[in-house]
Design a binder for this molecule. Structure first.
Ligand code: SAM
Ligand code: SF4
Length: 349
């Protein structure tokens, strides 16, 4: 079992397979995209698998693949098959924008992927197109259907809540009534370009009317408690009753800090993830690997360990040593520091 210097059990590794994406969500990527890393800068799937094999020996048992959009990485299905076959891996999960799921869902399931988190921020085609800068809502909805058909469990929908975007949050909440879909509302985080000037309270670069949501500002932050109150009030008005809390043992299996609620008799749940309004550093259980081979011990810390060099020129013991360094140097909390130099697509969410 791996523990860090604060006694936290670290058993969860998020691996970014690529910094590339087929969408350009306003809060995640600049319109022109970021400068793609060259082929040699990105870890090969073999390098990732070597690292994962050693990390599993050291106590990692859960792996999430993310990106960029992980489904644009060539060879992702067989990669999952090989990761899943490693002794000690409890489950593999994927975070995706779902637009390529119709093509991949059945093969991914057959390769051993159990869980998918789908990111979707609007159910209105025009708003979705604006948020993703050109995406087609029908593709994402078809992706959700293919996830159900393929039998993933749980299926979670991640909605980043941004005040200046037109989002029908109650519309998302209603999706939990008839099917076992778990909708999680995530507080918009200041990530990228040292957003928010690096501190939780600072003014960000300013959200302009013609580019809502692009730069995090305090005004765009919607605390999760406000989201829950609005949805609960919507439920009462619609005759569904208020939201009720879901005990941890009844919540959809999760590896993170979401808090869950539901409408009475609903098949799915409603969760909130509140990195800004409710800090959860004391429960942090994860390490992150970027597509270019940097090991990050905290989402909000740009102190990265150069794993790529070690993977390319070092022994397995050198890799073990860098994992130990990561565990020993993982900060207790992010000390209110929340800006990062990388945007989320370059970290992996
Ligand atoms: N492309 C995949 C997707 O969209 O699911 C995986 C990568 S994406 C970077 C991972 C998650 O990070 C998505 O749910 C996305 O909405 C979320 N995300 C990106 N930027 C964010 C931000 N500034 N604050 C909160 N969540 C963010
Ligand atoms: Fe791509 Fe996901 Fe970022 Fe949207 S949130 S731009 S889908 S990586």
């Amino acid at each position: 079992m791996a523990t860090d210097s604060f006694g936290r059990r670290i058993d969860y590794l998020r691996i970014s397979l690529t910094d590339r994406c087929n969408l350009r969500c306003v809060y995640c990527m600049p319109e022109g995209g970021v400068e793609w890393k060259g082929h040699d800068e990105i870890l090969s799937l073999e390098e990732i698998e070597r690292f994962a094999g050693i990390a599993v020996e050291q106590g990692i048992s859960k792996i999430r693949l993310t990106g960029g959009e992980p489904l644009v990485r060539y060879g992702v299905v067989d990669h999952i098959r090989r990761l899943r076959a490693m002794t000690g891996i409890e489950a593999i999960a994927l975070t995706t924008n779902a637009t390529l799921l119709p093509k991949f869902a059945a093969d991914l399931r057959e390769a051993g992927l159990e869980r998918v988190n789908i990111s979707l921020d609007s159910l209105d085609p025009a708003v979705y197109k604006d948020i993703t800068r050109g995406g087609n809502l029908a593709d994402a909805l078809a992706g959700i259907e293919s996830a159900f058909e393929a039998g993933f469990d749980p299926i979670k929908l991640n909605v980043v809540v941004v005040r200046s975007l037109e989002q029908d949050l109650f519309g998302f909440a209603k999706m939990t009534l008839e099917r076992p879909l778990h909708v999680r509302f995530i507080e918009y985080m200041p990530v990228g370009d040292d957003a928010g000037e690096g501190t939780a309270g600072a003014e960000g670069a300013g959200c302009t009317g013609d580019n809502p949501g692009f730069h995090w500002t305090p005004a765009d932050h919607v605390p999760s408690d406000e989201v829950l109150e609005a949805i609960s009030a919507g439920g009462v008005a619609a005759g569904l009753g208020p939201l009720v809390g879901v005990e941890r043992e009844d919540a959809p299996g999760g590896w993170g800090p979401a808090r869950y609620y539901r409408f009475a008799d609903a098949q799915g749940t409603i969760g909130v993830i509140s990195p800004l309004s409710h800090h959860f550093c004391s429960e942090c259980n994860r390490l992150r690997l970027t597509a270019d081979g940097k090991l990050r011990t905290c989402l909000f810390s740009d102190d990265e360990l150069d794993l790529r060099t070690v993977l390319r020129s070092g022994t397995d013991d050198d890799v073990r040593a860098i994992i130990k360094t990561a565990l020993d140097s993982k900060p207790e909390n992010h000390n209110e520091r929340i800006g990062t130099s990388r945007r989320m697509s370059q970290i992996g969410g």
